[in-house]
Ligand binder design. Structure first.
Ligand code: G6P
Length: 493
């Protein structure tokens, strides 16, 4: 299957003209039968969308549907979204099954998220995964101008940096992993650990969400590749080539969230949300893709126990759990959906007199205005994943609380916890501890609660998505321009 090149910037002599190329598994748009081409889901797209808003760039990615699906959108994605030219890498249904549903989401995703569910490794899937990565590398090589910066994203495309370097040694290549990088004992289980490490080491800069993830990768590289540790990262091969390895914690579009939160319609809607769920004394909120990594089940269990024990009043408490569908073809996602839905209906069926349904579960995507209204309506936001690379919901909630109120309960096992230590940190495996912390967050006196939120809000505003992207791009430009020197800046707090 050939590459569909729709970028007007593509040069005629084979080399491209794009000075900045983003390579990600998904394009920033996906096709919906009703809405047409709309924004694709996930934190990666949301972050890069903001970063590229006023920047000329070319985005290489998959359109979100199999190219040989008879229902696939005729004509492919739009040529551009704002300043960004789109280049689609089509995948057949068989490739989507093997590369995306299979290797990326049943081998890599669970392994990188602490093995919460078991990974399954299939040689045939890795084969397809490698071919798909090669196609992405060729597409990027075809559109990049001489000496261009190419920014490769996430676990689905870890083989791309080395493939790209081989095709185009002139390029400056950055790779950023949006999810955790596992400890050595876990990573070592992957049959293709050497290929993955070598793939990533093709970049000039390999960026992670946290210092722990960067450390884990340095250990994996030391074990499985020909590298020497340096102050900035690694020296790779002979003669040694420097690779910067460090944390670049991703931020959010803080100003956009603040602006939405200040919008009068959104504020009216926030009041209406509380009315819609019966004007509770306490409104708890969870917002997560319906993923087994997010700890939605343990959160529901903790709240249900508090309601059953009478520590929270079923008539005065509402819990809204927004959990949009995700990766619905993957078995483990079907299982977590069934579990969550059983827990919700069990809890509501058991609790309270007629008319009391404390848990409001919404299995649907949510537009940003509605999301911010929910953030503003909540008393306590529950972000309790078992493992998460960063978790942008925690930051979005904080940025949306322009009223200074609200409380954030945050899992220690998120990247966000490294920066947001003024949140109510919890271990989601410790259900009693979580229950105690939820109660403490609900009952905290107003002055100290506001002090926490003010500190959190200042951090989220300062270390926003633009700060993150500038830091990363400066590292890529600097690292390649002055070989042997780290231009990575200071390690962020
Ligand atoms: C996470 C990953 C992204 C991914 C997103 C949505 O944020 O880090 O790479 O795009 O989830 O998942 P999906 O499988 O729908 O692309």
């Amino acid at each position: 299957m050939g590459l569909v090149v729709q970028d007007p910037n593509v040069g005629r002599n084979g080399a491209g003209a794009a000075e900045l190329v983003v390579v990600a598994n998904r394009l920033p748009v996906e096709h919906d039968e009703v809405e047409g081409w709309r924004r694709a889901p996930g934190g990666l797209v949301s972050a890069m969308d903001a970063v590229l808003r006023d920047r000329e760039a070319t985005w290489v990615g998959w359109g979100g549907h199999p190219a040989d699906d008879p229902d696939a959108a005729a004509g492919g994605p739009p040529e551009r979204v704002g300043t960004v030219a789109l280049v689609e890498v089509p995948l057949t249904a068989a490739e989507v099954t093997a590369h995306y549903d299979g290797f990326a989401n049943r081998a890599l995703w669970p392994n990188y998220h602490s093995g919460i569910v078991a990974s399954t490794y299939h040689r045939s899937q890795f084969q397809v995964h490698r071919e798909v990565n090669a196609r992405f590398a060729r597409a990027a090589a075809g559109v990049a101008a001489p000496g261009a910066v190419v920014w490769v994203h996430d676990y689905q495309l870890q083989l791309v940096p080395a493939m790209l370097r081989q095709l185009r040694p002139d390029l400056r290549i950055g790779f950023f992993l949006h999810i955790p990088f596992p400890p050595l004992e876990l990573f070592s289980q992957i049959p293709w650990r050497v290929q993955i490490v070598e793939g990533l080491l093709g970049a000039d800069v390999v960026g992670f969400q946290t210092r722990d993830a960067a450390l884990n990768f340095r250990r994996a590289a030391e074990r499985f590749a020909d590298v020497a540790l340096t102050a900035e990262g690694l020296a790779v091969g002979r003669p040694p080539r420097p690779v910067v390895v460090r944390a670049f914690p991703i931020g959010i579009r803080a100003a956009d969230f603040r602006a939405l939160a200040e919008d009068a319609d959104v504020q009216r809607r926030a009041k209406q949300v509380r009315a819609d769920v019966g004007e509770p004394d306490v409104l708890l909120l969870g917002v997560d893709r319906l993923d087994y990594t997010k700890g939605i089940d343990v959160r529901i269990q903790a709240i249900t126990e508090l309601l059953l024990d009478g520590e929270l009043d079923p008539a005065g408490t509402a819990f809204i759990q927004v959990a949009p569908p995700t990766r619905a073809k993957v078995e483990e996602y079907q299982q977590i959906r069934a579990e969550v839905e059983l827990l919700v209906s069990r809890a509501n069926g058991t609790l309270g007199p007629l008319g009391t349904n404390p848990i409001h579960y919404m299995h649907q995507p949510m537009p940003p205005e509605e999301l911010v209204a929910l953030y503003q309506a909540a008393d306590v936001m529950l972000v309790t994943p078992l493992r998460d690379g960063m978790n942008l919901v925690a930051k979005e909630f904080v940025a949306s609380r322009v009223d200074g109120a609200g409380a954030l309960v945050l899992s220690e096992f998120t990247g966000a916890a490294e920066q947001m230590d003024r949140a109510w940190l919890v271990n989601p495996h410790d259900i009693e501890g979580m229950k105690r912390t939820i109660l403490a967050a609900i009952h905290e006196p107003r002055a100290s609660a506001e002090a926490r939120m003010a500190a959190l809000r200042a951090g989220v505003a300062r270390h926003d998505v633009h700060w993150w992207a500038e830091d990363f791009l400066a590292a890529v430009r600097g690292a390649a321009a002055v070989p042997g020197e780290d231009a990575g800046g200071t390690d962020p707090a």
